[in-house]
Design a binder for this molecule. Sequence first.
Ligand code: B12
Length: 232
Amino acid sequence: MSDEEIILSELSDDELVQQMHDDLYDGLKEEIEEGTNILLERGWTPYDVLTQALVEGMRIVGEDFRDGILFVPEVLMSANAMKAGMFILRPLLAETGAPKLGKMVIGTVKGDIHDIGKNLVGMMMEGAGFDVIDLGINNPVEKYIEAIEREQPDILGMSALLTTTMPYMKVVIDTMKEKGIRDDFIVLVGGAPLNEEFGKAVGADAYCRDAAVAVETAKELIKRRHNSLAGA
Ligand code: B12
């Protein structure tokens, strides 16, 4: 322990958020847990802690990973620190008491093990009043089909973070079409390398750039669906 050890609780909000970006970068799990709790105690909403401290911190990690300054083992530590913060926020985001709006099955596609964004979408959807069934990572088409047939959700969500794995979303949607069940579900896709055009090209109902957009889009599409069913 050095004399210069930083006492997180003595920092101002801005300084603490900055420090949390640094701590996330350095993969310091306990510090991230402590920082998360301090911000909550200071009255921050779970959503603000999530976006301003954690997601923004991970954005910086992502840039340096891309530029070859950080490597996989370091990024894994950052990811674990981020998950520890998300673990604290999850129940708080989920306990909004919102009325149940529907059900979502979500999973990361085959070949891809990135799950932070997917988990975040799941958490925000739960907070908005959706039941969320999380299939985890590396899902082959059979897993998705089996889950939607079993769970009969309103929404299927697929996540991919790699340009090499994102085309797999089309495999899943095409299989749904072959089985004649594509239109029974709203399909949302997301992940950093995707865009609107890609979402359309694979036959999804929508691409969502982040978890907040996912919630808004899900609500909107469910409403539209109910209206059109009611009118049918
Ligand atoms: C953390 C990370 C890792 C961690 C993952 C830990 C974990 N448990 O997830 C580890 C270290 C394991 C890892 C491994 C690899 N990674 Co990586 N990783 C990242 C990093 C830095 C951050 C991703 C992240 O968590 N972001 C934070 C979350 C909150 O954002 P998000 O995932 O984008 O999610 C948001 C939206 O996209 C959206 N969303 C996401 N999913 C969904 C789903 C639905 C349904 C909806 C509606 C919305 C939605 O909402 C989310 C919340 O707002 C990115 C950099 C980047 N720019 O994305 C690289 C990145 C994705 N990785 C990359 C690479 C290359 C790899 C490896 C191949 C490295 C290697 N040589 O081994 C492996 C691949 C392993 C595999 N088979 O999957 C590249 C991909 C390049 C490309 N064009 O394909 C990136 C872009 C880094 C880079 N080079 O610039 N990685």
